[in-house]
Design a binder for this molecule. Structure first.
Ligand SMILES: Cc1ncc(C[n+]2csc(CCOP(=O)(O)OP(=O)(O)O)c2C)c(N)n1
Length: 354
């Protein structure tokens, strides 16, 4: 299968696209349980975000929200490959990355609804999802800021000899900011156990990345500058992501240092839910929607002999879980106004600064 190239009237570059051969990883050495896990995770992310979108349209989700519909294979592939005590860092587009670490749907949805039973007591919202106990060390809306913070977590793991790895997700637009280059350099020099994952969804807000980026592959083409091997993968194929994650995590744990992975993908919707995404050619959107990670994966499992009834059962279990989470999240109280000034510092005060 060949994916269409982008034809932008204002852009000179064609976007870098994945090969699009859906059968390519059918014979990969991945056991069936792991594959079913990858399928279920992607379904959870897909169905959760669709529900979040519906709730947003009913004006029940507070603040804005940025969905990753169409990008699920990346969060799922890494999430399944990571150790429970590894660390994740996400952008404002972090619902899937949070679910990938095993955080329940109810606290995440309740957080989006601004309820006291939310992950952060309803005070953080969609863009700040964090669960330290799950190794989810935060969602960051300041572009590039979290790459350097991920280095800190990785440095701590290295110092403690814990074998933990920090995995840091960010967008293609982020590769043009200074912090990206500082973080890559620092991680390489100190051989930190960190994996940088660029989710190249071809757009940075409303601008096609190729229009404003000097290299064709925003992350992979810059890897060599920091002594790393360029790694570009099909971010819509969960098996490809999973195998890449296993290798990069093992490399980091072995002390061999950081990796920079560029996973090419596409968001089905606009930048945030307020954006209809009309700047994208209709044919491009349609083509990428046809190259949908969840559908690709279901097709693979079918070719490998999995009974469609078993997959339908997973879909239904996930749908029931989303319904239950919606009910429980909606039943949550609003946080009391008096809680606004609590839990602002890790130790309850600012004494740690001295
Ligand atoms: C330091 C900083 N500058 C500008 C912005 C405004 N901004 C929000 S999203 C965005 C584009 C990010 O694109 P990309 O990194 O590709 O992430 P994507 O949304 O595609 O996942 C920008 C510039 C910001 N949040 N932080």
């Amino acid at each position: 299968m060949t994916l269409p190239l982008q034809h932008h009237p204002y852009g000179e570059h064609d976007a870098v696209l994945p090969p699009g051969d859906v059968t390519r990883h059918d014979s990969a050495p991945i056991d069936l349980d792991t594959r079913l896990h990858l399928y279920r995770r992607q379904q959870e992310m897909r169905q959760f975000e669709k529900r979040a979108y519906d709730l947003f349209m009913q004006q029940l989700v507070k603040g804005t929200s940025h969905l990753s519909l169409g990008m699920e294979a990346i969060a799922a592939g890494f999430g399944v490959a990571m150790r429970p005590d590894d660390y994740s860092f996400a952008t404002y587009r972090g619902h899937a990355h949070t679910l990938a670490r095993g955080v329940g749907m109810t606290p995440v949805l309740a957080e989006l609804l601004g309820r006291a039973n939310g992950l952060l007591g309803g005070k953080g919202g969609s863009m700040h999802l964090t669960s330290v106990e799950h190794g989810m060390l935060g969602s960051y809306a300041i572009i590039g800021a979290h790459l350097t913070i991920a280095n800190g977590a990785a440095w701590s793991a290295q110092y403690r000899g814990s074998g933990q790895v920090a995995v840091c997700f960010f967008g293609d637009g982020t590769t043009n900011i200074g912090a990206f280059h500082e973080a890559l350099n620092y991680a390489a020099v100190y051989r930190l156990p960190v994996v940088f994952v660029c989710e190249n969804n071809l757009y940075m807000e409303y601008t096609v990345t190729s229009d404003i980026t000097a290299v064709r592959r925003p992350a992979a083409d810059r890897a060599a500058a920091y002594g790393m091997t360029p790694i570009e993968i099909d971010g819509n194929d969960a098996d490809e992501v999973y195998q890449t994650a296993v290798a990069a995590l093992a490399r980091a744990r072995s002390g061999a240092g950081p990796s920079l992975v560029e996973a090419v993908t596409y968001r089905h919707g606009g930048h945030s839910r307020a954006d209809p995404g009309k700047y994208r050619p209709a044919a491009e959107v349609a083509a990428w929607q046809a190259y949908d990670p969840v559908a690709i994966y279901r097709g693979r499992l079918r070719r490998l002999g999995v009974d469609p009834a078993q997959l339908d059962r997973i879909d239904k279990e996930v749908a029931d879980a989303v319904d239950e989470a919606t009910e429980q999240a909606s039943a949550g109280e609003l946080p009391p106004p008096g809680s606004a000034m609590t839990e602002l510092w890790a130790d309850g005060g600012s004494s740690w600064r001295n």
